[in-house]
Ligand binder design. Structure first.
Ligand SMILES: *Cc1c(COP(=O)(O)O)cnc(C)c1O
Length: 469
C-alpha cells in the first residue's frame, strides 16, 4: 500500500516513510491511496480475535513494507496487559441506561493517546534502528500529549525527547507524571511563560532549517498517520464486544478536539465496519459541532478558544479534519487545497450544500456539552452507578444521551480516567476518593527532573546543542 497527500503534490510513499513524517511537504496530510475493504467473511473471521491479533490483522493491511514477523513483534510489545492493565486493552462496559463505555484510557498516562503513542514509540525505534538513524523529538505540551509522548519514547534507542511545558501551569499530577521520568533520553523543559510561548519556540526551531537538519529535529503530533492507524483497531474491537452478529450496527460517540480519534472511526466505517453514526461531541469550543450542523467550518485562533474543564478538547482548529474533507470531496486534492487556502487566510469555508452527504453517506452528526452538563453527568453517573467518569467522557455521554435514537447502540469512547482531573470531579461530587491505578500510587512524591528556562528560542537551542554534544 502506498500513501498520498491530501494536497496532491507529494510523491507516493511507503508506510515506514510516512511513519516518521509530520505534515507532507505540500502542507497536506498523508492517507492511504485507498482503504482496504473488509467484507462479511473477514469480519466474521475477526470477531473472535484477541486485541493484539486484531491489531495485527488490521495494521498489516496498511504497514505493507514492514515484514509481518517484525510488525507482530511491535504489536505484542505494545498491546499487552502489562502496558494496558488487561488483556482486553480497551474493554467495553454498559451503563444503566444502556450506553456502552469503551475504556481507552488504561495505558501509562491514563488517556486514550497512549493507545497510539505506545505503538508509535515501538515503531519509531524499529524503523530508526533499521535505517541506522536517530531522531530528536521536540514538543510543547499543556499536559496530555507531552506525557503520552514521553511514556512512549522513554528509554527507546535512537530517540531523544525535548518537551516544553509552561512552568507552574499544569496540575501537580501532570507535573509529577512527566518530571518524575528519570530516563536519560527524556528532557523536560519548563518554560517561564504560557503554553503558547512553548509552542512559539517549537515553531521557531522548526523554521530554522539549518538547525532542524543538523540536529534531526522532528515532532509527534496528532496528524501522524501511525497514530490514526493504531486508533482504527479499537473501533473494530469495540464493535465486536458490543454486538453478537455482524448484521448489527453500532454508533460511536467521540469526545473530540483535533478530530484524530473520530477520523480513525471514519476510516473504519469506510473500510466496511457496520457503524451507523459517528457522533462528534465537543465542549464549549464548538467549531466541529458548528460544521456538522451547518456545513460551515470557521476555525478560531487561540484568543477565541475557551479554557474549559475538559481541557484536552480546547481546540478551535482541528488538525486532522482535512483527512475527512479529502474523502468528502471525493479525494479531489485541488478542491482541498482551495478550501485550506481559505482556512489559511482566516476565513474557513461553507459546505452547507453537502450537509445531506455528510449526514447520510458518512454518518456524521454532532452535539456539544458545557461545564454544567459535564458536571451533571459526572454527578448522576456517580450517584446511580457509584462510578466516576472523566470530564471529557462525560461530554460524550451527555451528547450520546441527547442524540440517541430508539434501539440505537451507542459506544461512548472513554478518553481519560477521572484521576487526572481531580478538581472537576470534586466540583461535581465533592471530596470523594478517586480511584488511581496501583502503579501510580505516590507519584507526586517521586524526585523530579526538569530544567527551568526563560521563554527564549536561542536558549532552548543551546540547551539542545549542549545535551547532544
Ligand atoms: C486528545 C484528547 C481528546 C481529543 O481527541 P482528538 O483526537 O484531538 O479529537 C479528548 N479527550 C482526551 C482526554 C484527550 O486527551
Amino acid at each position: 500500500m502506498k500513501y498520498i497527500s491530501t494536497r496532491g503534490q507529494t510523491a507516493r510513499k511507503q508506510f515506514s516513510e510516512v511513519l516518521l513524517m509530520g505534515l507532507a511537504p505540500d502542507g497536506g496530510l498523508m492517507l492511504p491511496e485507498s482503504y482496504p475493504e473488509i467484507g462479511p467473511a473477514v469480519l466474521h473471521e475477526w470477531r473472535g480475535l484477541s486485541y493484539p491479533d486484531l491489531a495485527f490483522s488490521i495494521m498489516s493491511l496498511f504497514a505493507t513494507d514492514i515484514p509481518p514477523a517484525d510488525l507482530r513483534d511491535i504489536i505484542d510489545r505494545t498491546y499487552n496487559a502489562e502496558v494496558f492493565g488487561s488483556d482486553e486493552i480497551t474493554p467495553v462496559r454498559t451503563l444503566r441506561d444502556g450506553i456502552r463505555i469503551q475504556a481507552l484510557s488504561n495505558g501509562p498516562t491514563l488517556a486514550f493517546k497512549d493507545i497510539a503513542m505506545q505503538f508509535l514509540g515501538n515503531a519509531f525505534e524499529y524503523v530508526l534502528a533499521k535505517e541506522g538513524e536517530s531522531l530528536n523529538i521536540l514538543g510543547a505540551t499543556s499536559g496530555d500529549t507531552g506525557s503520552a509522548a514521553e511514556y512512549a519514547l522513554r528509554g527507546k534507542a535512537g530517540v531523544n525527547v525535548f518537551m516544553m511545558s509552561p512552568e507552574g501551569k499544569m496540575s501537580a499530577f501532570q507535573r509529577a507524571q512527566m518530571y518524575s521520568l528519570q530516563d536519560e533520553n527524556i528532557h523536560n523543559i519548563a518554560i517561564e511563560g504560557m503554553f503558547d510561548d512553548c509552542q512559539d519556540i517549537v515553531k521557531a526551531l522548526q523554521n530554522d532549517a539549518h538547525f532542524k537538519e543538523e540536529y534531526r529535529i522532528s515532532t509527534v503530533n496528532s496528524i501522524n498517520w501511525g497514530r490514526v492507524l493504531a486508533q482504527i483497531v479499537y473501533y473494530f474491537y469495540g464493535y465486536f464486544r458490543a454486538t453478537t452478529s455482524n448484521e448489527q450496527k453500532v454508533s460511536f460517540c467521540v469526545p473530540s478536539g483535533n478530530f484524530g480519534n473520530v477520523c480513525a472511526g471514519h476510516i473504519a466505517r469506510q473500510m466496511g465496519l457496520p457503524i451507523h453514526r459517528l457522533i462528534v461531541a465537543t465542549n464549549e469550543n464548538d467549531v466541529l459541532d458548528q460544521f456538522f450542523k451547518t456545513g460551515e467550518y470557521r476555525p478560531r485562533n487561540a484568543s477565541h478558544t475557551y479554557v474549559t474543564s475538559s481541557p484536552s478538547m480546547d481546540i478551535s482548529k482541528a488538525s486532522n479534519f482535512e483527512r475527512f474533507i479529502f474523502d468528502l470531496m471525493e479525494r479531489d486534492a485541488d478542491e482541498v487545497q482551495a478550501l485550506w487556502a481559505e482556512v489559511g487566510v482566516g476565513k474557513g469555508f461553507d459546505l452547507g450544500f453537502m450537509l445531506d452527504t455528510i449526514h447520510e453517506k458518512y454518518g456524521f452528526v454532532s452535539g456539544k456539552s458545557l461545564h454544567r452538563n459535564r458536571l451533571e453527568v459526572i454527578r448522576q453517573v456517580y450517584k446511580e452507578e457509584g462510578e466516576l467518569l472523566d470530564p471529557h467522557t462525560a461530554d460524550g455521554v451527555k451528547v450520546a444521551r441527547e442524540l440517541r435514537e430508539a434501539g440505537e447502540t451507542i459506544i461512548c469512547l472513554e478518553t481519560a480516567l477521572p484521576a487526572k482531573f481531580a478538581e472537576t470531579i470534586a466540583e461535581a461530587v465533592g471530596a470523594v476518593e478517586i480511584p488511581r491505578p496501583a502503579k501510580l500510587a505516590g507519584l507526586e512524591d517521586l524526585p523530579q527532573r526538569v530544567t527551568v528556562m526563560p521563554a527564549n528560542a536561542e536558549a532552548v537551542k543551546q540547551l539542545i546543542r549542549d545535551t547532544l554534544a
